[in-house]
Design a protein around this ligand. Structure first.
Ligand code: ANZ
Ligand code: ZN
Length: 877
């Protein structure tokens, strides 16, 4: 028979599916709903292997659920706002909109060649006014509901490009383009009050039992709940207008180990102390220019400056401690002030050692000698018994914490208690203002008389102007000659539009809800379809990269709650019931040349051979040697990228899909190798051969389950695998499902060959017909085009995509047999398959009847046969 030709078959089936509108989903279909979604792509220009893997997994789930009888929603769209479009506009003089839509067209065509069962009728792009109009409406609704706030916040300011930079655009304290040292500036900006939901966002993680544990932990850490205390210290020598300093601590138990107090460079007290201290002022200036990211602070050397201020210990009026400005204290956490306990905090210890401050251990490790215990280089951060702590001595952490809390809450300083319990979250409000063009305009008009005024609903959307220029630094919306001028909706006087646009994370925080009714022009969602009894949400299975495990998921969880508060959802709190984070596609790296002329080269430039059992690489162009480097994430910089288009064109989509699903568990990285792809393609051809060669004999044969004899063995193999593959796909263990399908093809290969030669009995033919149909339905989620082609070769009616998932006969899959490894003189020679309930004598007898045992004994009786029930047989000759 002819080889399978994916180049002909794949476009043919894709067109047929399109024409039949096979994957267009109806909201009012009465079958149970299933919503599977992959994180939508940013239209960067071309799809990459990561997309191929991600979307293939989602498609397997979608196609399998459809076969299981669900009404499946599997949509696709474009996360289309963002900085790259503006960079392209500046560098290549193209309009961001044109650039974006051209990329969407290219990438959509690429996705189509993958044969994904997507409902393209629901396609959306977040940069489209028909989408962002609703986002502007929700912004205003959130504002009315008290979930939006305008306040001053620090931004990274690039003084040369005169623009605000995202944290990722600050590299070693400098602007990524200009290289100029970045400054911190205060700007009044818009925030979503996500912190008002901190506790609920944390608590509700417990309900997400279909999320990876690691993602829940990452979310919990990001929210970062701490139970601690606010403690107010009296200033011994206060500057004018001050009397006390408030610190936040999670370790009030260590209060007798305090040896200094430290405040952030931006702390108001620091400013006051610096007023008449130029050296301190200079130090503060220096700290402010340092990176303030948590990572930068972790690694930076701990530095400080004594302000000359002194505080009085809360439990001892004769004990004063110095107040430092320190670079490791952040202004926006707690109160921006700490007490340092060097014995039990590593940063404090490094700091104390540097500035010669006392180190008094107050927690004794269990089993340590109280006399000899000292802390020098390494702080003791674990639990133990209190020492050197007066009335706390002998207590453990909790007891000591409670004691300090009780005592300090009973004392007043000023007119407040000196200490009080305080729960603190690390989570900050979500700053959504971006001083950028290519984003969703913030629908607000600023009026001198009326302040910030919402744009009236009838004037939405506030559309981006198209005639913008990128020749000047800064925000093009700001430079636009007319766009920002508008009349105040309240008093009618000339006013100014907000020229900021929203963080693109806003766009992706509700697209999954929009997909449930993207046709609604009046409102972001349609309550009948979005959630609740008749609705689609929560998404049953969401699939995407671990890089979005924190912000995107957290923001979406916030948005879902906020949409419920503002009536855009009925009741749902959690947007994603199931979450799965897939691994990356990785590849070897190759390096040609040596010394300063060494360079990375692409896989397609390299020839690889096996020479004396070792892999050797050389350049295809001139045969010069190439060094094979480590296996890494595909990246442009290392050039170890395989373009999906090349694979799709040469092997077809099914091969690419099958390959990315096989080999590795889906949560792990998969190594892309040419050999692996070839192996996948061989399997495609093997399935096709199996089906096309048996099809003529199977014509008119009734599919039927067999129980006995050779035919029974065929049915048994197939039914077992039907059970296993279903379970594997349900658990998203795609690689295991793939392995089972290889197994099935192996199991029916020989009887199928016999059938093709006309040598099969009627029962076997029927069992084969059934098994092969099962095989074809089961490969359909992974290799849909091949499956359609096979189905039509078998004379199947309609599309395989509409076939129900096969059911198995439970009686055939119970394991009533056991396989014993058979050893002869301690060496394994073969296996014995026998009924599970066979007794000792029966196992012995069956062993002796085995060919290889007979041969080994050369007609003699064995000295001994040892049977370990259900485990192993050993024959001693
Ligand atoms: C005294 C102390 C003694 C502390 C000790 C720790 C160990 P989490 O768990 O993250 O909430 N801290 C408080 N505010 C800070 C700020 N703005 N910048 C830097 N550090 C700050 O950590 C709380 C602990 O981090 C607090 O408890 C405080 O140091 C420090 F043996 O207070 B601790
Ligand atoms: Zn006004």
């Amino acid at each position: 028979t002819e080889r399978y030709n994916p180049r002909a078959a794949e476009p043919k089936w894709q067109t047929a599916w399109d024409e039949a509108k096979l994957f267009e989903t109806k909201n009012d279909d009465p079958r149970p709903k299933y919503y599977v979604l992959e994180m939508f792509p940013y239209p960067s220009g071309r799809i990459h292997m990561g997309h191929v893997r991600n979307y293939t997994m989602g498609d397997v789930v979608a196609r399998w659920r459809r076969a299981m009888g669900y009404n499946v929603l599997h949509p696709m769209g474009w996360d289309a706002f963002g900085l790259p479009a503006e960079n392209a506009a500046r560098d290549n003089k193209v309009n961001p909109r044109d650039w974006t839509y051209a990329n969407i067209a290219t990438m959509k065509a690429q996705l189509k060649t993958m044969g994904l069962s997507l409902d393209w009728a629901r396609e959306l792009a977040t940069c489209d006014p028909s989408y962002y109009k609703h986002q502007q409406k929700m912004f205003l609704d959130f504002w009315r509901a008290g979930l939006v706030e305008r306040k001053s916040a620090k931004v990274n300011w690039d003084p040369e490009d005169m623009t605000v930079l995202a944290n990722e655009q600050v590299i070693d304290g400098r602007g990524w383009r200009s290289g100029a040292p970045v400054e911190q500036r205060d700007l009044t900006q818009w925030f979503f009050k996500i912190t008002s939901m901190s506790q609920d966002l944390l608590d509700s993680l417990d309900t997400l039992d279909k999320w990876p544990e690691k993602v829940r932990v990452m979310q919990a850490n990001w929210i970062g709940r701490s139970e601690g205390m606010l403690i107010r210290w009296a200033l011994a020598n206060p500057p004018a207008g001050e009397s006390e300093l408030e610190v936040y601590t999670t370790r009030p138990d260590t209060i007798f180990g305090a040896s200094f107090v430290a405040i952030a460079a931006d702390h108001p007290l620091a400013k006051k102390a610096a007023a008449d201290n130029p050296d301190l002022a200079a130090f503060i200036e220096e700290v402010r220019h340092m990176g303030t990211s948590a990572a930068a602070l972790e690694t930076a050397e701990k530095r400080g400056f004594d302000t000359g201020l002194r505080v009085v210990h809360p439990f001892d009026e004769n004990w004063t401690l110095p107040v430092y400005v320190a670079n490791f204290v952040l202004m926006d956490y707690g109160t921006g002030a700490i007490f340092g306990c060097p014995g039990h905090d590593q940063r404090d210890l490094d700091f104390a050692n540097k500035y010669g401050l006392p180190v008094v251990p107050v927690v004794l490790p269990d089993g340590a000698d109280p006399q000899g215990f000292q802390v020098t280089e390494e702080a003791f951060v674990d639990d133990g018994a209190m020492i050197n702590s007066r009335f706390l001595n002998g207590m453990r952490f909790k007891e000591a914490f409670d004691e300090v809390a009780t005592r300090l809450s009973g004392v007043t300083i000023g007119n407040r208690p000196q200490g009080e319990r305080k729960v603190q979250f690390r989570l900050r409000d979500w700053l959504i203002s971006r001083q950028r063009y290519w984003g969703c305009p913030i629908p607000v008009i600023h009026c001198e008389a009326c302040g910030a005024v919402p744009v009236p609903a009838k004037d939405l959307p506030v559309e981006l102007p198209t005639d913008v220029t990128f020749d000047k630094p800064g925000n093009p919306l700001d430079h636009h000659p007319t766009w920002k001028h508008a009349n105040c909706p309240q008093c009618g006087k000339p006013a100014r539009r907000d020229t900021d646009t929203m963080d693109t994370f806003v766009d992706s925080s509700w697209y999954f809800a929009r997909f449930t009714d993207p046709w609604n022009e009046k409102a972001p969602t349609t309550l009948a379809h979005v959630d609740g009894r008749q609705g689609w949400l929560p998404v049953n299975q969401y699939i995407g990269g671990i890089e979005h495990a924190i912000l995107h998921l957290l923001y979406s969880r916030f948005f879902t709650r906020a949409m419920t508060v503002t009536g855009h959802l009925n009741e749902v709190k959690e947007p994603f019931e199931g979450m799965f984070t897939q691994g990356m596609v990785v590849h070897e790296t190759y390096r040609a040349g040596s010394g300063p002329s060494a360079r990375w080269v692409q896989p397609v430039e390299v020839k690889i051979e096996d020479i004396d059992g070792a892999r050797r690489a050389s350049l295809l162009s001139d045969g010069s040697p190439v060094e094979i480097g480590p296996i890494e994430k595909m990246s442009k910089s290392k050039k170890n990228v395989v373009d999906p288009d090349d694979i799709l064109a040469s092997y077809g989509a099914d091969t690419a899909r099958w390959f990315v699903l096989s080999d590795s568990p889906p949560e792990r990285d998969v190594i892309w190798t040419e050999a692996g792809v070839e192996g996948a393609h061989r399997f495609v051809q093997r399935v096709w051969r199996l089906v096309s060669e048996t099809a003529p004999q199977l014509a008119g044969v009734e599919p039927r389950t067999a129980v006995d004899g050779e035919a029974g063995a065929i049915s048994k193999a197939a039914h077992k695998i039907v059970k296993a593959v279903g379970e594997d796909i349900e658990r998203l263990s795609f690689n295991k499902a793939v392995a089972r399908l290889y197994e099935l093809v192996n199991a029916i290969q020989t009887p199928a060959a016999a059938l093709a030669e006309g040598k099969a009995d009627a029962a076997s033919a029927q069992a084969l017909r059934q098994s092969i149909e099962m095989l074809v339905v089961m490969i359909a989620p992974m290799m849909p085009h091949l499956a359609e082609e096979c189905w039509s070769a078998l004379g199947g009616k309609g599309f395989i995509a509409n076939q129900p998932w096969p059911t198995f006969d439970p009686a055939l899959v119970v394991d009533n047999e056991v396989v014993y490894p058979v050893q002869i003189n301690g060496k394994k020679r073969g296996d014995l398959t026998i009924a599970r309930d066979a007794d000792q004598a029966a196992v012995e007898q069956a062993t002796m009847a085995l060919d290889f045992v007979q041969k080994a004994l050369e007609g003699k009786a064995p000295r001994k046969v040892i049977v370990v029930p259900q485990r192993i047989v050993n024959v001693v000759a």
